[in-house]
Ligand binder design. Structure first.
Ligand code: ZN
Length: 435
């Protein structure tokens, strides 16, 4: 199970490739790809299908035996984007001796310094010319070899470097891609690289969404191999847990309709067509209800019966910074999934939804912890409250504890991942009568 997580992390350097990896695993498990432009009708218990939006968010469904008005939806949500750097248009910047760096802009909120001195590469999507201007062709790009690095400034130029350094996103964070070896190479270095990689003519490359990623593969470490070290654990570890639970849940025709929703753009506030602030999921749920001959009343009842687990990583108690944590609620590594609370409702959890999740963990035989911010620390936000403001579903915000959230390299725990999958599987499998 842990090897499957490591493989998934390595296959998913950016949102588009994460969605592709999820889609492949869903198809291997018998889920059918549906196109949102095609009509949906005659949906039957046991049907398994998925939709994508922008190919950077993905929504999978297994239809239950119960009518939606009776059973509602059993939903797990997570996000597939992570903090990184987007390559700007016209990115090449040539310096002394032909050294070329790429112009980038920051995506989300990375810990900038963690991106220094690591072998990096490029991944994303490239959009190609077709005969129809309204329907260009999209190809995924995943350059697997190390290609770039953002070199630090030597300590000899800044003796105060270990006292903390203010970093400019425009000046300090630009990766170096190489040294030009001829005048001919000067034009369109990046386009030629993409063209060669995808075997397309650079004249046909209309645009791209390409990002930096750390090429160092995910691995286990610790004296008992108890830790997972990887980029993008937030939130791909929760994506993997939800996906594994959906694929493994028994029986083949569940009592209640199961939903897995993986959103994009959580790291920039979710307000896009493929983010948790989009009505896309709500429209899909309505279409599924409609395809089972349910109207507005049936859909409203389904929403009342529904329960959502919004799964996004939490902060594990860090032994070097104990003063940053709440004195009585600081989840530990290996202590199990974490329910997150916030009095200002940045998290969807309340006593009722937390009680439901704790009961699910009990039934699954896994431990469960609670997180609240230290009252002098602002903390983050996530998916649950954004979704709940457009779909008034009971739900809980939870996640597995990790260290160094938004570092290029985060640390998680092997046992927590297995606990989470067991809790999610139990959640999907619970018959509606046991709610
Ligand atoms: Zn997250």
């Amino acid at each position: 199970m842990i090897q499957s997580l490591l493989d998934f992390l390595n296959e998913s350097p950016v949102n588009f490739l994460a969605v592709d990896a999820v889609a492949k695993r869903l198809e291997d498990a018998g889920f059918e790809r549906y196109d949102a432009t095609a009509p949906l009708f005659n949906v039957q218990p046991g049907d398994m299908f998925y939709y994508t939006k922008n190919y950077s968010s993905i929504y999978a469904f297994r239809i239950g035996r119960q009518p939606l008005g009776e059973g509602g939806f059993r939903m797990i949500c997570a996000h597939c984007d992570s903090p990184t750097f987007r390559i700007k248009p016209n990115a090449e910047m040539k310096g002394e001796g032909g050294v070329v760096k790429l112009n980038t802009e920051v995506y989300g909120g990375p810990i900038l310094s963690t991106w220094f001195d690591r072998p990096l590469s490029l991944a994303g999507r490239v959009v190609l010319r077709t005969d129809n201007p309204l329907l260009p062709l999209t190809r995924l790009l995943h350059i697997k070899e190390p290609l770039l690095q953002i070199p630090n400034l030597a300590i000899h130029f800044n003796r105060q470097v270990n006292d903390g350094v203010k970093l400019s996103r425009q000046k300090d964070m630009l990766p170096i891609i190489g040294i030009l070896n001829s005048e001919l190479e000067e034009d369109n270095l990046l386009l030629h690289l993409i063209g060669d990689e995808l075997n397309v003519d650079i004249e046909d490359i209309l645009d791209f969404d390409i990002y930096l990623y750390d090429v160092t593969p995910a691995c286990l470490l610790g004296i008992h191999q108890e830790f997972i070290s990887s980029g993008r654990l937030d939130d791909l570890s929760m994506v993997h847990a939800g996906l594994t639970a959906l694929v493994d849940a028994q029986p083949d025709i569940p009592d209640v309709t199961q939903v897995l929703a993986i959103f994009d753009n959580e790291e920039t506030g979710s307000q896009t067509k493929q983010g948790a602030g989009s009505p896309f999921l709500s429209l899909l749920l309505k279409r599924i209800c409609n395809a089972q001959n349910g109207g507005v009343d049936e859909f409203s009842r389904a929403i009342e019966k529904a329960f959502m687990i919004s799964a996004d990583n939490a902060h594990a108690w860090h032994p070097n910074y104990t003063e940053k944590y709440d004195p009585t609620n600081h989840p530990v590594m290996g202590g199990g999934p974490v329910v997150k609370f916030n009095a200002a409702q940045k998290y969807a959890s309340d006593a009722v939804s937390a009680a439901v999740f704790v009961s699910v963990c009990e039934k699954a035989g896994v431990p469960c912890q609670r997180f609240v911010n230290h009252s002098d620390v602002a903390g983050g936000s996530t998916l649950g409250n954004i979704l709940a403001s457009s779909l008034p579903i009971r739900g809980v915000d939870m996640g597995n504890p990790i260290w160094a959230m938004h570092s290029a390299r985060e640390t998680g725990n092997v046992n927590d991942h297995e606990y989470c999958i067991r809790a999610f599987t139990t959640f999907y499998e619970l018959p509606s009568s046991e709610e």
